[in-house]
Ligand binder design. Structure first.
Ligand SMILES: [Zn+2]
Length: 424
C-alpha cells in the first residue's frame, strides 16, 4: 500500500475505481440549460444505461433506467430487522461551462509537485494558483488532456459509489442496511432533483458524493434565485430619432453600473457572503434583458439582494417615463441546512464514517447547490460528501486517485455505520 492511501480498504478499492472512472469520463454527458426533455442530452442516457448494466452485473438485480433517465438500483441488507434504507446519489452529467466531449483522461503517477502542463490547449495546473495541489504530492492525479473538462464532477462520485457497492456485494459478511443507489441527470443545469421519484427511491436519508476536498461533509448550500430584468424602450429609426428614441440597451447598462461592484459579486465575496451576479446581458434599443443569479446562505439576505436589484432598476428606468421595466425573480434551490439540522443523525453517521477512514470531517458551506438541496427540502435529508475532484467546470479539473479511493471507502463505511445504528 502506497503511503498516500488513507487506509488498506482505500488502497484495495483504488484500481477498480480508477478503471471505472477512466471509462465513465470518456462518455460525453454535457447537460444543456434549455432542456426540452429529461435528460437534456443523449450522452447522459448512454452512460445511465451503461451504469444500469454494470450494477446488474454486480448483482443489483432491479437496476434500471426510468423514463427521465434516472438510474435506480437496490443492494439488499445483510442485517435483519427494521433497518433504515440509505441512499447513495451522484450525477452523470457534466457542466455546460466547459467542453465535455472527447475527454481523454491522463493519469500522472506519483505527482512530484510543481507545474503540470497538459498536452493540449496550453492548460497548466499550477500550485501557485491551486494550493490544493500542495496537499497531493505523491498522489496519482488524473487530468484531462487540456482541451476539455475532466468530468470528476461528478463521475468521481459515480465511480466511487459503483466501486463501494461492488465491494459490499462481494462481501456479504459485512453488515449493511438496504442501500438504494441513484444516478441523476442534469444536476448542473439545476434539474437533477426535479424528476427524482422520491417515493420509488424509498430511502430514510441519502448522501450525494458530489463534493471536492478530502474529508468534506457539507450540510449547507446557498439559497438560490434567478432574477431577470427586462427593459422596454422606444425604438425609432436613428435618422428620425430626435426627441423620440428611448434606448433600452443604454438603460440596462446604467442599471448594471449602478449595482455594487466591490461587494455582492462572486469575485469579491467568499465563505458565507452572498452575491448578485449578472451572467447574461442581451438587448437592442427596443428591448434589453439582464439575467442575474442571486445567492446567499440566509433567506432574508437573499430577498434583500433581489429588493436592491428591483429598486435600482426601477429608479433608473423611472428617469425615462416612456421606458418600462419588469423585474421577475424565481427561486432555484433552497439551503438544505434547515432540513438537516432537524435530523442530526444523518450528518452524525457520516461524520463517524469519515473518521473511520482516519479523516477529520471538514464542514464547509457549499457556494452552490447540489441535488441534496432540493431532495432535503422535499423530505429526503441528503448531505454531500467529498469525491477527491478539484477545479470543477474547467479544463484544469483534476482528481486524486488516493482521495477518490478514500471517498469510496467512506461510502463502504457509511453502510457499516448505518447497519450498527439499526442493531442498537
Ligand atoms: Zn457536481
Amino acid at each position: 500500500m502506497s503511503a498516500a492511501f488513507t487506509s488498506p480498504l482505500a488502497a484495495e478499492l483504488a484500481p477498480g475505481l480508477l478503471e471505472r472512472f477512466d471509462r465513465y469520463v470518456r462518455v460525453g454527458t454535457t447537460s444543456r440549460r434549455e432542456r426540452t426533455g429529461s435528460p437534456s442530452t443523449p450522452g447522459q442516457l448512454e452512460l445511465a444505461r451503461m451504469l444500469s448494466d454494470e450494477l446488474r452485473a454486480i448483482g443489483l438485480e432491479d437496476a434500471g433506467v426510468d423514463e427521465n433517465g434516472y438510474v435506480m438500483a437496490t443492494l439488499p441488507a445483510t442485517v435483519d430487522g427494521g433497518a433504515p434504507v440509505v441512499g447513495l446519489i451522484a450525477h452523470v452529467d457534466t457542466s455546460p461551462d466547459a467542453p465535455g466531449d472527447g475527454v481523454e483522461p491522463l493519469v500522472h503517477r506519483s505527482y512530484a509537485g510543481g507545474k503540470l502542463e497538459l498536452p493540449r490547449g496550453g492548460a497548466v495546473l499550477d500550485p501557485e494558483r491551486m494550493p490544493e495541489l500542495h496537499e497531493v504530492v505523491g498522489h496519482d492525479l488524473v487530468t484531462s488532456s487540456g482541451d476539455t473538462l475532466l468530468g470528476a464532477d461528478d463521475k468521481a462520485g459515480v465511480a466511487e459509489i459503483v466501486t463501494a457497492v461492488a465491494h459490499l456485494a462481494a462481501h456479504p459478511e459485512l453488515p449493511r442496511p438496504t442501500l438504494r443507489i441513484a444516478f441523476t441527470p442534469d444536476e448542473e443545469v439545476g434539474e437533477g432533483a426535479s424528476r427524482f421519484d422520491l417515493a420509488r427511491f424509498g430511502a430514510r436519508c441519502a448522501y450525494t458524493l458530489d463534493g471536492s476536498s478530502l474529508g468534506e461533509l457539507q450540510d449547507e448550500t446557498f439559497t438560490a434565485a434567478e432574477a431577470i430584468v427586462t427593459v422596454e424602450g422606444v425604438d425609432v429609426h436613428p435618422g428620425f430619432a430626435t426627441g423620440k428614441l428611448v434606448n433600452a440597451a443604454r438603460l440596462a447598462a446604467r442599471i448594471l453600473t449602478a449595482l455594487p461592484a466591490d461587494t455582492l459579486t462572486p469575485e469579491t465575496t467568499a465563505g458565507r457572503e452572498g452575491f448578485l451576479h449578472p451572467y447574461e446581458v442581451s438587448g437592442t434599443a427596443a428591448r434589453a434583458q439582464l439575467r442575474f443569479i442571486v445567492r446567499d446562505f440566509d433567506d432574508e439576505a437573499l430577498e434583500g439582494h433581489v429588493a436592491l436589484l428591483r429598486r435600482t432598476a426601477e429608479e433608473i428606468v423611472a428617469s425615462e417615463p416612456r421606458a418600462r421595466v419588469r423585474v421577475e425573480a424565481r427561486p432555484q434551490y433552497p439551503n438544505m441546512r434547515r432540513h438537516l439540522e432537524a435530523d442530526p443523525e444523518v450528518v452524525a453517521v457520516a461524520e463517524r464514517a469519515i473518521r473511520g477512514e482516519g479523516l477529520e470531517p471538514v464542514r464547509t458551506p457549499i457556494r452552490g447547490g447540489t441535488d441534496g438541496s432540493l431532495l432535503s427540502a422535499n423530505g429526503l435529508p441528503t448531505p454531500n460528501i467529498f469525491t477527491g475532484g478539484h477545479e470543477y467546470h474547467s479544463v484544469r479539473e483534476w482528481a486524486s486517485v488516493q482521495e477518490m479511493a478514500a471517498a469510496a471507502a467512506v461510502a463502504v463505511r457509511l453502510a457499516g455505520e448505518w447497519a450498527r445504528v439499526t442493531a442498537r
